[in-house]
Ligand binder design. Structure first.
Ligand code: 3HB
Length: 305
């Protein structure tokens, strides 16, 4: 089967995993392990909450690593993962690591990036110059896109959230062939047009990517209307707005797969879970972590098959 799929579970149960992401209690540099590109993200404090995400198309996969970036590719898709070590300022390291990743994609022949995930330690804290680390990260990423060898016409869908270990870890999915479409949400200003009150460079991502076979990869989505956070301090109202934002992108939220819900405060988990259980039917991973704006309490993503 050629369609891109994501499942939560045992990678050994998947004949040809493209890439494995373990959301657990440690962070490790991405590497090829047991024949599969693997990255450990520190997003979980209680080991019982750990989740393993597996990407596959069921086609045989070739793997490797270069410049600290681990990759797996199957002729249609590539998965790759990299890491930027802890730093006083992130823009230079992020720019360099993302340029290396983009150069690798071009050399492997998969230049169409459809989805990226970015996990930023101390995301809401200041860097050595007093700039919030998320904004510092956005600057480095935007500079990497400015000078990238990739086709220029679309930005990938993305997630940008906190992690419990310093540094930035990222992974991405890219295609060999053109044909995906970047999707925006009419309820929200495109993130790449956010005004500069949110930072020196706006976040480089689209709200979703529609793949040629029909899959919809939905970015991390939060309680933002226009460019403003709505319902600060009210996690229930933020959940409802987030679900409404998702519903403008995906016709049927109950069909979403590989849903991840990022929650800022452990104490909000029960309320968030209650609301999400009314809507989502498949597996949902709940991860407690900081988010890209201090007033956001919840963020959700998923994939429509
Ligand atoms: C991002 O900066 O890539 C990003 C941040 C979010 C949600 C989606 C993408 O909070």
């Amino acid at each position: 089967m050629d369609r891109l799929r994501c499942l939560f579970g045992d990678p050994a149960a998947v004949p040809h995993p493209l890439g494995v992401v373990r959301y657990g209690t440690v962070a490790t540099a991405p590497s090829v392990r047991s024949g599969t590109p693997t990255v450990d993200l520190h997003l979980v404090r209680d080991p019982a909450q750990a989740v393993t995400e597996v990407w596959t198309t069921d086609r045989p996969v070739s793997v490797g690593s270069r410049d600290g970036i681990a990759f797996g590719h199957d002729g249609r898709y590539v998965f790759c993962a990299g890491r930027v070590p802890a730093a006083a300022r992130y823009a230079p390291g992020v720019r360099q690591a993302y340029r290396r990743a983009f150069g690798l994609l071009v050399d492997l022949g998969y230049p169409y990036v459809v989805r990226m995930w970015n996990f930023v330690g101390r995301i809401n804290e200041p860097n050595a110059d007093g700039l919030e680390i998320y904004r510092d990260f956005c600057r480095g990423r935007a500079e990497a896109f400015d000078s990238s060898p990739l086709p220029r016409d679309t930005l990938p869908a993305a997630t940008g959230v906190g992690a419990h270990t310093e540094g930035v870890t990222f992974y991405l999915l890219a295609r060999r062939a053109a044909g995906h479409v970047a999707v925006e949400n009419h309820r929200q200003v495109p993130a790449y047009h956010y005004p500069d009150r949110y930072g020196p460079r706006p976040p480089s991502f689209a709200r979703a990517s529609r793949l040629p076979d029909g899959e919809l990869l939905i970015s991390g989505t939060a309680s933002i209307l226009g460019h403003a956070t709505v319902h600060p301090g009210d996690v229930v109202a933020q959940c409802r707005t987030t679900l409404a934002n998702l519903a403008t992108l995906a016709a049927d939220l109950s069909a979403l797969q590989a849903v991840k819900v990022y929650v800022r405060h452990t104490g909000d988990l029960d309320a968030v879970r209650r609301l999400c259980t009314e809507v989502f039917v498949g597996d949902v991973a709940y991860l407690v972590t900081d988010l890209c704006r201090t007033d956001l309490l919840v963020e959700m993503e998923g994939m429509s098959p």
